[in-house]
Design a protein around this ligand. Structure first.
Ligand SMILES: Nc1nc2c(c(=O)[nH]1)N[C@H]1C(S)=C(S)[C@@H](COP(=O)(O)O)O[C@H]1N2
Ligand SMILES: [Mo]
Length: 237
């Protein structure tokens, strides 16, 4: 077979490029000589949307991605038989759940938006687990409690105001996008707190501690904002 002409070679290369783009994750639409990535399109669409409480769906300085980006952190044991979740602190009835115990709680599957302080957001992905508010009720949170401290593997912690932690969209999640949570994303169990930057959603979760006095966590003691509202761009303390 003879070598294709330079013109044919160029067109083949271009066709491969377009085919790859159309089938893959990189480029989904071309128009007016500009290339739009799927992320551009998701970002543009999200910017045109408003939440029910009137805020832009995409907080300032964020762009929408198609999937979670694995952000690292020290994992705990991936084994379900090792899993324990302690609900303790300012509660009448401390609880320790194993895997079966967690699955025996009322389950919720919600579509939630999450926002990483590094500038990416994942909008509308499905998360399944137990509402923190239900666990709090089961443990009998005392009136003295003001904050929730999430405790995770290797000493990672994050603090959340009690009222925000008890919002109905705060999940102790074990499934994401219809599958068990993947290891890089916190398996077997992580918190998901959609109203705050995603560092407040610890992966490899081992404890939920209710406290009267605030305890700034891993990132909050390393220059990040103690509250972390993405719409107020509370990035740094
Ligand atoms: N245990 C633990 N949880 C963690 C972190 C971590 O380092 N360790 N990083 C946080 C940060 S900064 C973000 S943005 C999200 C990232 O979650 P992902 O890796 O599933 O995208 O997890 C949060 N939870
Ligand atoms: Mo993050």
């Amino acid at each position: 077979m003879s070598k294709p002409s330079p013109e044919v070679q160029a067109s083949l290369t271009r066709r491969n490029f377009i085919a790859r783009a159309a089938s893959g994750t990189v480029i989904t639409a071309m128009g007016g000589g500009l290339l739009y990535t799927l992320s551009d399109r998701l970002t543009r669409e999200a910017k045109a949307m408003t939440t029910i409480d009137g805020r832009p769906r995409l907080p300032p300085g964020q762009r929408a991605l198609e999937a979670l980006r694995p952000m690292g952190g020290t994992p705990g044991s991936p084994s379900i038989s090792d899993f324990r979740l302690k609900i303790h602190g300012e509660v009448d009835k401390p609880i320790e759940l194993d895997w079966a115990g967690l699955l025996a709680q009322p389950q919720a599957e919600l579509e939630l938006d999450v926002h990483c302080v590094t500038g990416w957001s994942l909008l509308g992905a499905s998360w399944k687990g137990v509402r923190l508010a239900d666990l709090a009720r089961a443990a009998g949170v005392k009136p003295s409690a003001r904050h929730v401290i999430f405790e995770a593997a290797a000493g990672y912690t994050a603090n959340v105001r009690l009222a925000e932690a008890l919002a109905p969209d705060v999940l102790i999640a074990h499934r994401h996008d219809g599958k068990p949570l993947a290891r890089p994303h916190g398996a077997p169990v992580r918190a998901v707190v959609p109203s705050l930057y995603f560092w407040k959603s610890p992966k490899y979760l081992s404890g939920i501690k209710f406290v009267a006095r605030d305890e700034p966590g891993y990132w909050e003691t390393r220059g990040y904002h103690n509250h972390a509202d993405p719409w107020l761009e509370e990035r740094y303390g």
